[in-house]
Ligand binder design. Structure first.
Ligand code: PEP
Ligand code: MN
Length: 264
């Protein structure tokens, strides 16, 4: 079902009038994690003012170690839904287990599957019937074929609204957190009709690399970007402050991107 052979035209996902796929460029921005109502509200205001369409933020965080901050949980879903509504933004949040799919779907417009869960097949199956579009992140050591097979699990359940996301893979390089695989964008678009979103934040792990890799992703044909932005990155509750843009950098990036492709 994910294959171009089966479905030659680009899939366009329409969420409350925001179209994802085809010629449209969607920008999702926001913090790694939802922290407080004030934090997410202020960031939502800035994300909207910069012209992005979707607010990102994790209420459940898949942390590498069990003692790290795990996210604020269900309350975070409400904080984010309110901020999104107040500022006229769609919302995207990560869901980590099948049990939480329904409650996340109740509060968010798009559900995100993180890199560590790309092959959590029970989760993928549950997302096949969740009634919400899904952004499926590539596993950090997954091949294109494995990513497309993971998407297939969601599609097979009847959910046609799947976006693929390149978020960097593990290579021998240690300077960057991951290696953003730009080739994934045109390759996945040739193999599949599904929209392809790039994540230059996790793809590089370094704030100064987000802008060039965001532009490179759009030049490579990405249908959208998901970018971390924080009003106080040095004091953010996950370690991802080092890759989060300051609001002004986010704003400048979107102005530059408008010259490459209209953000609609
Ligand atoms: C995130 O988006 O904050 C995240 C945890 O992403 P990934 O699953 O790509 O590491
Ligand atoms: Mn993050």
């Amino acid at each position: 079902l994910a294959s171009r052979d089966f479905h030659p035209e680009d899939t366009i996902i329409d969420i409350k009038g925001v179209k994802i796929g085809g010629e449209n460029l969607v920008i999702m921005g926001g913090p790694c994690a939802v922290e407080t109502p004030e934090q997410i509200d202020e960031i939502a205001r800035l994300v909207k003012a910069s012209g992005a369409q979707v607010l990102r933020g994790g209420a459940f965080k898949p942390r590498t170690g069990p003692y790290s901050f795990q996210g604020v949980g269900v309350e975070g879903l409400t904080m984010m839904a309110e901020a999104g509504k107040r500022h006229g933004l769609l919302t995207i949040t990560e869901v980590m287990t099948p049990e939480y799919v329904d409650i996340c779907a109740e509060h968010a417009d798009i559900l995100q599957v993180g890199t560590r869960n790309m092959q959590n097949f029970d989760l993928l199956r549950k997302l096949g019937t969740c009634g919400r579009p899904v952004l499926l992140k590539r596993g950090f050591s997954a091949t294109y074929d494995e990513l497309l097979n993971a998407a297939e699990y969601i599609l097979a359940g009847g959910n046609k609204d799947v976006m693929l996301c390149e978020r960097g893979i593990r290579t021998f390089e240690t300077y960057t957190r991951n290696t953003l695989d730009l080739s994934a964008i045109p390759v996945l678009q040739s193999l599949s009709h599904l929209p392809v979103i790039s994540d230059p934040s996790h793809g590089t792990g370094r704030r100064e690399l987000v802008e060039p890799m965001a532009k490179a992703s759009v030049a490579a044909g990405a249908n959208g970007l998901i970018i971390e932005m924080h009003t106080d990155p040095d004091n953010s509750m996950t370690g991802d402050g080092v890759q989060s843009l300051f609001p002004e950098q986010f704003d400048n990036l979107l102005k530059d991107l408008e010259k490459l492709a209209p953000i609609v």
